[in-house]
Design a protein around this ligand. Structure first.
Ligand code: FES
Length: 118
């Protein structure tokens, strides 16, 4: 399924089609690749959050190997814990998650990127 950018003039970033809502049930997470950028999508009690997927510590996938418990994702590699709502890293405040805005429309999930995201 090709990703399509949906520019909204009122916000300084672009939303990209990510996946159907049904593919991220409550309490789950999944890894997505959007325009070559690895994103982790989390469903916390029905609210969706997105962050960069590589763990800020040593770049292991948070979505593939991590454990989601409420709004806390614990990396499967060295057990660092992050808050997916705020991006906070509990082990070292200098290693927070890069957050992305999430939108929903007509059963689809959209993830936002700033125009200068790498
Ligand atoms: S790679 Fe995630 S805690 Fe080390």
């Amino acid at each position: 399924m090709p990703n399509r950018a949906l520019p909204f003039a009122a916000v300084p970033y672009f939303f990209y089609e990510a996946c159907p809502e049904s593919e991220v049930p409550e309490g789950t997470k999944r890894k997505l690749v959007i325009e070559d950028y690895e994103v982790a999508l989390y469903n916390v009690a029905g609210t969706l959050f997105a962050s960069g997927d590589p763990c800020p510590h040593e770049r292991v996938s948070l979505a593939d190997g991590g454990k989601l418990d409420g709004e806390i994702i614990t990396c499967g590699a060295h057990r660092w814990a992050f808050n997916v709502r705020t991006g906070e890293c509990y082990e070292d405040p200098g290693f927070c998650l890069k957050q992305h805005p999430v939108g929903r429309k007509d059963g689809m999930v959209y993830v936002g990127f700033w125009s200068d995201d790498e």
